[in-house]
Design a protein around this ligand. Structure first.
Ligand SMILES: [Zn+2]
Length: 414
């Protein structure tokens, strides 16, 4: 039997076994210990649906990598749950899946130095190859069913180091693999939320009618949001600044990426002269502003770097470039979804601007792979908003609203 034949034969066996698994509703990894020494090929497989039952192939609408420090997560958003097999590859690890690719492949991140695609062993299958920076093992590979408006997702966690029991081996060590030891599925890392208090240092931001600075209001709010998020035990939280220092706009999304952020929330408070406007509004990134007011606001917020003499001309080019990427489209969808959830979960005591969901070219929202929103919490030029934004009760309400939105985004909590 040729090696290819062996692979296909294995695939049939594993598909049958996987179908048996499906009947007990288990999406856990399935071990094919017998196949490993023989073929050194499909070491693990899991399947959630039979192709016969679903003639339309699944489509991959988005593909992304996340660096979570001790592991690198590979995520595929699918139009429906699809069978897959994890295979060792000379360059790292491969995912064979019965699916078609509609998304751009993500750039290098964490342990993965490149992702490429080629046709799979069978018609209608594709093989995604994740070349790794060194020996890597698969800690987890599973299909997450659709929930909370999220499509079904394939999730695979890669960790550095030689494989042991319960992990996929790199080809070099595959022949040494021992039978699996049943063990608990490793816990995925807690989602990382990066909170960005607007302005700071030489850049005070807007000045309230009360004399308070936007930079102090945003910092106090960010700390309260951090406190509430951490208190749940469900998240990791980082602040772009936790004291009164100046941070250039472009460093803020960069910090979010470095932290492996799953969400980025920039906090601001606006000010406008000559008009009695009040209420909260939420912004996502777009090249073309949703309206004139959003465009003007983005211009005001993007001025931050000019205050310390930094060049602003690169910003608009950056925004345009980032928007070209297809992976960004997925990030933008997620950003918009999160923005809607913030609005939906908002405390009824928080005043809202008419048409509160808007978009414009905010420099601070340009991490291409981190869903991001900017919240203008109210108008410091309005006496009532200014008073509320300085009050602890209001801060708690506002932070509580954001916590509910984050919970809702990740499909946890209440
Ligand atoms: Zn601001």
């Amino acid at each position: 039997m040729s090696q290819k034949g062996a692979i296909q034969s294995m695939a049939v066996k594993t598909a049958l076994a996987a179908r048996a698994l499906l009947t007990i509703g288990c999406l856990c990894l399935l071990w094919m210990a017998t196949g490993i020494a023989v073929a050194q090929t499909p070491v693990q497989t899991a399947s959630v649906a039979s192709a016969r039952m679903m003639p339309e192939p699944a489509r991959i609408g988005a593909a992304r990598l996340g660096d979570h420090g001790d592991k690198t997560r590979f995520v595929l958003e699918l139009t429906r749950e699809a069978p897959f097999t994890i295979l060792p590859d000379a360059s790292g690890v491969a995912v064979e899946m019965e699916a078609a690719l509609d998304a751009a492949l993500p750039p290098a991140k964490g342990l993965v130095k490149s992702v490429s695609v080629r046709p799979g062993a069978k018609a209608g299958h594709l093989r995604l190859i994740l070349a790794t920076t060194g020996p890597a093992r698969v800690q987890l590979a599973e299909i997450i069913p659709p929930r909370d408006g999220m499509p079904p997702r394939f999730v695979m966690d890669l960790a550095a180091g030689k494989a042991g029991p319960g992990a996929v081996l790199t080809p070099a060590s595959a022949s040494m693999m021992s039978p699996p030891v049943p063990k608990e599925k490793p816990k995925p890392p807690l989602p990382m939320i990066v909170i960005d208090p607007g302005h700071g240092g030489q850049d005070p931001g807007a000045v309230a009618v009360s004399g308070a600075y936007e930079k102090d209001i945003t910092l106090a709010m960010a700390k309260e949001v951090r406190r509430q998020l951490l208190a749940t035990g469900r998240y990791r939280v980082a602040l772009t600044r936790d004291k009164d220092v100046f941070i250039p706009l472009r460093d803020r999304p960069a910090l979010a990426r470095a932290k492996g952020a799953d969400l980025f929330i920039s906090l601001h408070a606006d000010s406008i002269t000559g008009r009695q406007v009040r209420g909260l509004s939420i912004y996502t990134l777009s090249e073309k502003a949703s309206d004139r007011e959003a465009e003007m606001l983005a211009q005001r917020e993007n001025q931050s770097d000019a205050i310390v003499g930094m060049d602003l001309s690169v910003q608009s080019a950056d925004i345009a470039n980032i928007l070209i990427g297809m992976s960004q489209r997925d990030t933008m969808n997620q950003s918009r979804r999160f923005a809607s959830l913030v609005l939906k979960n908002l405390d009824p005591n928080v005043a809202v601007l008419p048409g509160p969901l808007r978009s414009a070219g905010f420099a601070v929202l340009t991490a291409p792979d981190v869903p991001a929103i900017l919240v203008e919490m109210g108008y410091l030029s309005h006496s009532q908003d200014a008073k509320l934004l300085g009050s602890e009760t209001h801060r708690r309400r506002m932070a509580g609203s954001l916590l509910r939105a984050v919970d809702s985004y990740f499909g946890v909590g209440r």
